[in-house]
Design a protein around this ligand. Sequence first.
Ligand code: ARG
Length: 263
Amino acid sequence: MKKILVIMLAVLMLASVVCFASCKKEDTLTVYTEAGFAPYEFLYEGEIVGVDIKIMQAVADKLGKKLVVEDVNFDSIVGAVKTGKADAGAAGITITAERAEDVDFSIPYSSTEQYVIVKADNTEITNMETMTGKKVGVQQGTTSDFLIDGLIKDGAMAGTELTTYDAPSLAAAALGTKIDAVVTDKLTAEVITASSNGAYKTFKLTKADGSDVAEVEQYGIAVTKGNKELLDVINEVLEELLANGSIAKWEKEYNDLYSTVEE
Ligand code: ARG
């Protein structure tokens, strides 16, 4: 009798654990981001806010789920989505062929180009050639990181010293001391510069002859490969938000809000 009770109890406990895990997963939408990337995601009064959070809140609302946003290192997001640890990655993630081998991407919701940030009094660095041989900072695992790393390796920027940081703003904070230039996505470069009280300036990364160094990039939300159910809802929400101008509106709003954040 005692034995049966113990077994019953064990079964009950197991069932509740299973339910806890699966029930919990069923009513929450877990999104990974890296909150050092205004206006798409940044910390404001202790909370993660921004365009990507607004988008994912709209997705969670449509699904009737609670949104859970986790702030992690940018270069761990695609891996976490790949293994299903996160339901989605929303972090101004550029859609690339390499990443698309690991995760599925939504329709593009924003586009960007690579920008350079230098100290306002730096008259030397104005393009790729004048940045060559200097010390450049990027956010670890981003398209800026891959671009500059590739240019160094293929000889176009030979001799350049590349340092990776956890966030573009941390790289910017090292300008003038440890590094000479930061390369990051356009809007992020612009908000960092705008909130620098005139300490920095920013410009598009081009070659000396004015031609492009890199292609225009598109942002997508990443989901676990094959999670069509979630991807369909994300795409539906994005289509609505693009059509009614919400995304462009939020880009501006969070741009303005970031400028009020004390660094
Ligand atoms: N668009 C770039 C990339 O995908 C940078 C994104 C950085 N995002 C962030 N939340 N820190 O590599």
